[in-house]
Design a protein around this ligand. Structure first.
Ligand code: GDP
Length: 321
């Protein structure tokens, strides 16, 4: 395997790189990993994407690069959230077609219909409009799933659409305004502790989320790359539906692990709650794991959160923020 990893410095990409640093995790001894970030290649540009593929000649592509952000970035920059993902995806699909590369591409559980029944499963992706707060991002990612089918039927391209729940871990983007909830709250909690102030949590704290540790996703991606039959369609990567936690509980854990103390939290209900929940089913993943990795276990939220808080504290000056 010659694997091209786009977005290799990001949350998911860096977790995959870290796995490869340990030889025993490589799918085979002949496997090589070729990393790419926005500093070497503009994936929105067709010629530079194709030049990257010419250079690497990948047999497999893990396309982690994407325009992503939390609720508030989606509300502020809907054009970039939609357009840049569409451009990147288009170039990646075309170059994979040309080079015959097996592709893994990422969607998200936040792109499912807003009004739906729970738990959501892979077959419900196009059943109704997404939540208005992230419609442009959601439709750009839904289109990747549509094109995955289209490229398969017209060009026999082998692509897997992976749908993770809310991802978190080291090397995330910790920007105060634009980040997802966990990195934003860790950053805010560390600043609040230093200043002797309160942690302001946006919204009511009541929405529910299923959080996924980036190292777990990286392990599962390598398994899917090797074993998943892509004709079975997209696959949700999620701990079980009963692993949902409220934003308020996550904020309390973060306040504890950063040493701020959970008594120092305030909820700002003038801010949006976004989607109330997006409870995802993991039956397809469970049946895949039963066959290919029966001993796999998700990292408990407390363990992953504690490690991520420690990582942010120790990389405070250099991390993306
Ligand atoms: P989502 O899961 O796609 O909605 O994305 P986020 O990771 O941005 O999570 C949004 C949820 O966390 C909403 O319920 C927000 O009200 C809540 N939240 C609380 N504080 C923050 C914060 O500082 N940043 C973000 N992004 N969300 C926050």
């Amino acid at each position: 395997m010659r694997i091209l990893l786009t977005g290799s410095a990001g949350l998911c990409g860096s977790a995959i790189q870290a796995l490869f640093a340990d030889e025993t995790n490589k799918p085979s001894t002949e496997t090589t990993l070729h990393c790419s970030t926005s500093s070497d290649t503009d994936l929105c540009n067709t010629a530079s994407t194709e030049a990257l593929f010419e250079r690497v000649q990948p047999s497999h592509v893990i396309h982690c690069a994407a325009r992503v952000g939390g609720l508030f970035k989606n509300q502020r920059e809907p054009v970039e959230m939609g357009r840049l993902n569409l451009l990147m995806q288009d170039n990646i699909f075309e170059s994979c077609k040309k080079h015959g590369s097996r592709l893994i591409i990422f969607l998200s559980t936040c792109i499912f219909p807003d009004k739906t029944s729970y738990p959501i499963n892979e077959s419900m992706l196009h059943d109704g409009p997404p939540h208005p707060s992230n419609a442009a991002y959601a439709y750009s990612k839904r289109f990747a799933e549509t094109m995955s089918h289209a490229y398969r039927s017209e060009y026999s391209l082998d692509s897997i659409c992976v749908i993770p729940t809310n991802l978190y871990g080291p090397n995330d983007n910790f920007e105060l305004q634009d980040a997802h909830v966990i990195p934003a709250l860790i950053h805010k909690a560390i600043l609040a502790k230093r200043a002797g102030e309160k942690l302001i949590v946006a919204g009511s704290g009541k929405p529910l989320r299923q959080f996924l540790y980036s190292k777990d996703l990286a392990i599962l991606i390598l398994l899917l790359l090797k074993h998943y039959d892509s004709s079975k369609g997209p696959i949700i990567i999620s701990p079980s539906p009963d692993s949902e936690v409220s934003i308020g509980d996550v904020a309390r854990l973060i306040a504890t692990f950063t040493g701020l103390g959970e008594e120092n939290i305030v909820f700002d209900t003038s801010k949006s709650d976004g989607q109330n929940k997006k409870t995802a089913d993991n039956l397809k993943l469970k049946s895949f794991l039963a066959e290919h990795a029966p001993s796999f276990a998700f990292t408990p939220l407390e363990e992953g959160l504690r490690a991520t808080c420690q990582w942010m504290e120790s990389h405070f000056d250099t991390c993306r923020k």
